[in-house]
Design a protein around this ligand. Structure first.
Ligand code: UDX
Length: 448
């Protein structure tokens, strides 16, 4: 089977590479000529474990190719995925400009039956708009052609995208014809071998499933952050509470980690977009309003703790920030909580030195020359008044504490991800602040 994927961002590139990996002929199309030229030379626009190898292998095997020429890519294709960006508009709703442009273009260029699939995260009702855009183009060409639209949202996690795509928990497909269903079933058959289910449903439900899933996961995080803040105030330890509640299978132990707020390209955008969809239907999603508000406060929590520790004066003090990307195993800086923290520190007159094992180049675009980019985690901490752990990369998990103590002005640690053993650190002479654990610290702050 041949498929065309329009858009070589995170979702498009991973989808293309992984479909090629199981033997599908894939052409990835994008309007960004520079990006396509780099991809043709094996240079990827993103860091994602395992992706480089898959792209290279399938390019060499002639199953995967990259082009700016959609017209040349379409002949003989059976499926076209639309995987272009849906940036948030001013009101938080997903901007469908690019999705609909691609749909019109497909209508202008197609000459045989196609299943046109929206893969980008798009609000309920988008497939119907894609359908209209294709139809309008065909009408303008005075052409009657059979085609189907479908919705196939992507659930992959950054940093684990290849694995998530190759071994999906489930594949959700919204269709309204048997022909589209059979085509997509055939396309995904190689992924279903180990019992991973494919769930067919109507198109609107598939579109809604993606938002409902992300919004529920975001809700879990804000809920845990809220409870963690209360634990800190009330003398309880969120780490123990987390284990206590996570062993109830109805709750489950995954995705219960408090921290400095969720970031990335999905949760912040999708929660906002779903709230906006609610508004369009005259329905206020009150829980999600709260999820967002908690997250905004949580991104400022570490800074508030720092300020409180230094009685409000951090001018000219140096702070080491460990980790910049919104989570480990990615260089993605979109909506990264580290940016909120660093900008707050800088505004208060502090000096900031940062280290991240992968995201420094990407972070340069966001932070410029306002911070020092250190060679390693220890040089970042030289003469620092405190170390602030922001992203839980494995590199940061077991530092040489004695070495660190020798380098810093004073042994002070703010652990934004609760990855360190607070009791042991305090024994070692560190002052330790975590999220929602009163045990080792004297001060806990609640941000209002
Ligand atoms: C998410 C969804 O998991 C994925 O299914 C969807 O397709 C896209 O959005 P991603 O944004 O890559 O994926 O990251 P994820 O691992 O889900 O983490 C999102 C954010 O939540 C990160 O900022 C992370 O640090 C935070 N998080 C996650 C927590 O604070 N606590 C947790 O327990 C888990």
């Amino acid at each position: 089977m041949k498929v065309v994927i329009v858009g070589t961002g995170y979702v498009g590139l991973v989808t293309g590479a992984c479909l090629a990996e199981v033997g599908t002929e894939v052409v990835c199309a994008d309007v960004d000529a520079a990006k396509i030229a780099r991809l043709q030379n094996g240079i990827l626009p993103i860091y994602e474990p395992g992706l480089q190898e898959i792209v290279m292998r399938n390019q060499q095997g002639a199953r995967l190719s990259f082009t700016t020429d959609l017209a040349a890519a379409l002949p003989k294709a059976e499926v076209v995925f639309i995987a272009v960006g849906t940036p948030p508009g001013e009101d938080g709703s997903a901007d469908l400009k690019y999705v609909l442009q691609v749909a019109s273009q497909i209508g202008q260029l197609m000459d045989h039956y196609l299943v046109v699939v929206t893969k980008s995260t798009v609000p309920v009702g988008t497939a119907a708009r894609v359908n209209r855009a294709i139809k309008e183009s065909l009408v303008a060409r005075r052409l009657i052609l059979d085609y189907d639209v479908a919705s196939n949202p992507e659930f992959l996690k950054e940093g684990a995208a290849v694995n998530d795509f190759l071994k999906p928990d489930r594949i959700v497909v919204g269709v309204n014809t048997m022909r589209a269903r059979q085509t997509l079933e055939q396309l995904y058959r190689p992924f279903l071998l180990n019992g991973h289910p494919i769930l067919f449903m109507d198109i609107a439900s598939a579109e809604m499933t993606k938002y409902a899933a992300n919004a529920m996961l975001a809700t879990r995080i804000s809920y845990m952050n809220d409870i963690a803040n209360l634990c800190g105030l009330a003398g309880a330890d969120i780490n123990q509470v987390r284990k206590g509640i996570g062993s109830d299978p109805r709750i489950g132990k995954h995705f219960l980690y408090p921290g400095i707020g969720y970031g990335g390209s999905c949760f912040p955008k999708d929660v906002k977009a779903l709230i906006q969809t609610g508004r369009e239907y005259g329905y206020q999603l009150r829980i999600l309003d709260a999820v967002e508000a908690v997250n905004e406060d949580q991104k400022r929590l570490l800074f508030q703790k720092v300020l409180r520790h230094f009685d409000g004066d951090i001018r000219d003090k140096k702070f080491a920030v460990w980790g910049l990307s919104f989570k480990p195993n990615t260089d993605d800086m979109r909506e990264a909580p580290s940016l909120v923290l660093i900008n707050s520190l800088l505004s208060a007159g502090a000096i900031v030195s940062v280290y991240d094992p992968v995201a420094m180049e990407e972070a340069l675009n966001y932070l410029g020359s306002n911070v020092t980019f250190a060679d390693n985690m220890y040089s970042a901490a030289e003469d620092a008044a405190a170390v602030l752990l922001v992203t839980e990369w494995n590199t940061f998990r077991m530092p040489d504490w004695a070495r660190l103590q020798g380098l810093m002005q004073s042994p002070l640690l703010f652990d934004g991800r609760n990855i360190y053993d607070d009791v042991q650190l305090v024994k070692q002479g560190f002052t330790y602040y975590g999220i929602g654990n009163a045990a080792a610290t004297t001060v806990n702050v609640l941000v209002q």
